[in-house]
Write a protein that binds this ligand. Structure first.
Ligand SMILES: [Zn+2]
Ligand SMILES: [Zn+2]
Length: 276
């Protein structure tokens, strides 16, 4: 089987191997300007939801280059976690659109992150502290932008410490303080981000290799995990995973499979009654 990835920022690094492991050869279409759907730096505002943006990329690839079995679009997003205040959630989404079907196979993964910076600074000392901490984690780049400025007037710097410091000094001479400093989260600049994309790619590859027992199409796989594993002491349901919910996006066939990794009972530490 052959798949086409629509990507501008070298995401294929994270997808090639997981897909090849299940016999899918990946090509990349770089010509589509995915930034027209919105950018991380905010220079172009995003209007589509992440899933619609990913599907739009896959559709554009299919319209331009027929002959592939799957068209893969991706979209990452970062937002404040609604359940954990002041923590950022990093979410990666991959969709695989078949050549002759409008319904995509979708995988999503997410993680809470502490490594991304998005902070206002108004002194050079605070600025240096922030970017040196960021650079020490092996990242080479960061964005600078002017809070409240229209997107097209924000400033983007992406060439290491020297350029960042120079840009800061320029802005501060112009009286543009405070300045907003953000990590560069584009896939080709962020190792942390690529690792999560690879996880999503493994989940997608597993689905694209699995036939639906009902309609026979490939794309069958885990849609979500179901909580409710009984507590080992009181047998009441806990938040621990009890089963996997599998579904087929094409015919909606569904199946619940027990999650063998978790054993028959949950640790009482997970129980709201034994360990409130
Ligand atoms: Zn099916
Ligand atoms: Zn209990």
């Amino acid at each position: 089987m052959k798949a086409l990835l629509i990507s501008k920022h070298q995401k294929e690094q994270s997808l090639l191997k997981p897909l090849l492991d299940v016999g899918i050869e990946l090509s990349v279409w770089h010509d589509f300007d995915t930034d027209q759907l919105g950018t991380f730096s905010g220079t172009i505002t995003r209007t589509l939801s992440p899933i619609d943006a990913a599907i739009a990329k896959a559709r554009a690839g299919r319209a331009s280059t027929p002959g592939f079995d799957w068209y893969i679009g991706s979209e990452g997003s970062f937002f404040s976690d609604p359940t954990v205040p002041f923590i950022t959630r990093h979410h990666e989404l991959l969709v695989a659109l078949p050549s002759q079907h409008e319904i995509p196979v979708v995988t999503e993964v997410s993680q809470l992150i502490s490594w991304a910076i998005d902070q206002e600074v108004s002194s050079e000392e605070a600025f240096l502290q922030l970017i040196d901490g960021d650079l020490s984690e092996g990242k080479e780049h960061a964005f600078l932008s002017l809070p409240g400025a229209p997107p097209q007037e924000r400033i983007e710097v992406a060439s290491g410490r020297e350029a960042l410091v120079k840009a800061y000094q320029q802005l501060s001479r112009n009286g543009e303080l405070p300045i907003q400093v953000m990590s560069d989260l584009r896939a080709h600049r962020s190792k942390n981000r690529r690792q999560l994309i690879e996880q999503a790619a493994q989940a997608l590859a597993a689905k694209l290799a699995t036939q639906c027992p009902n309609c026979g199409q490939k794309g069958f796989g885990i849609k979500r995990l179901l909580p409710g594993l009984p507590c080992a002491w009181c047998l009441n349901p806990t938040g621990a995973v009890r089963a996997q919910f599998w579904s087929c996006p094409f015919c909606n066939y569904q199946e619940e499979k027990s999650d063998s990794g978790s054993g028959p009972f949950a640790d009482p530490g997970m129980c709201g009654i034994c360990n409130p």
